[in-house]
Design a protein around this ligand. Sequence first.
Ligand SMILES: Cc1cc2nc3c(=O)[nH]c(=O)nc-3n(C[C@H](O)[C@H](O)[C@H](O)COP(=O)(O)OP(=O)(O)OC[C@H]3O[C@@H](n4cnc5c(N)ncnc54)[C@H](O)[C@@H]3O)c2cc1C
Length: 323
Amino acid sequence: MSSYCVIGSGISGATIANLLNKKNTVNIYDKARGPGGRCSFKRLHNSKGFDHGAQYVSPKSTQFKKFIKKLIKKKILKIWQGKHINQNKIKKKNKKHTKIIGTSGNNDISKYLIKNIQCYFLSELDKIKFINNKWKLDFKNNQTKYYDNLILTCPFPQLKKLTKKYIKDPFIKKKIKMDANITVMIKIKKTNKNVSSYLFNDEILGWAAKENSKKRFKSNYDLWTLQSTHGWANKRINKNRKNKEINSKILIDKFFKLSGVQKTKILTLLNHGWKYSSNSRPFKLKSYWNSKLNLGICADWFVGPRVEAGWISANDLFKKIDK
Ligand SMILES: Cc1cc2nc3c(=O)[nH]c(=O)nc-3n(C[C@H](O)[C@H](O)[C@H](O)COP(=O)(O)OP(=O)(O)OC[C@H]3O[C@@H](n4cnc5c(N)ncnc54)[C@H](O)[C@@H]3O)c2cc1C
């Protein structure tokens, strides 16, 4: 049995690990505290929390539709019902999409896919070296591990840094701009607005989702996730840690103004800056596999800035490995 190390437990890492695990020994390492990557769920307490990364999936390809349908049947995923308001005139013309979410959080797909796989969290891969046909992997927590095969699923800028010595293909030389996103999570007094989400037509605030409307928990308060536009976040992301308060205030003021939700005291406030939220231009190839080095890469950015793209990339990589 060949050993595989998969870096990342987002949709790409979880999907490829699940496929490989049928015939091989697979371990997952992730620098985060838990699974999901950019589909992570920020827990407040019990089942209450925020989907502070990906908001929902709306499958487009036949294969991904089939996969999602299977997970809905298993009650891992469900349809997000309710009133979804679209104030964005350009996007209004597009067909309405069904919004599918995790039953308990949007990292439910990853959790389901990796349930039988050994995962190591808080483990950030720092350096890689291919010696005697094995990958020597140094982690920032001072651990060193050896595997026959290495699969990476990091955002493009991080991947480039790790692999520049080993990958000579032209795609690695590309200059890819990844957009940022600043996400603010708030708990406020219950209001009588019966809305599940807003898509705004604004230069600062892009989107707001009412977590209560996902019917995962009951609460005497309203929990809202507010996400900025990329353009606004790109200019502020590098100093978001320092300017958390002011950035959060700008997004919250915008939210009350644009949604019409009655302005009220903020009881809990969290701010998360996504430096590498998404890339707008996909690559020509869907994944990368080097059979001489036993090195594979799959990630959303090969295909597009969505959860489905990560799943497609991972399935493409599996076909290349399993030839
Ligand atoms: C704010 C926001 C909103 C979004 N909204 C939507 C949406 O509504 N619908 C949609 O379809 N998509 C949405 N997306 C995009 C979607 O989240 C991504 O396309 C998808 O989750 C990417 O999955 P991935 O597995 O390729 O990458 P990631 O989810 O980024 O997974 C990579 C993993 O690798 C880990 N990692 C990275 N480097 C290392 C290292 N050196 N060592 C160890 N671990 C490492 C990371 O911690 C992470 O868990 C959104 C993204 C953001 C940020």
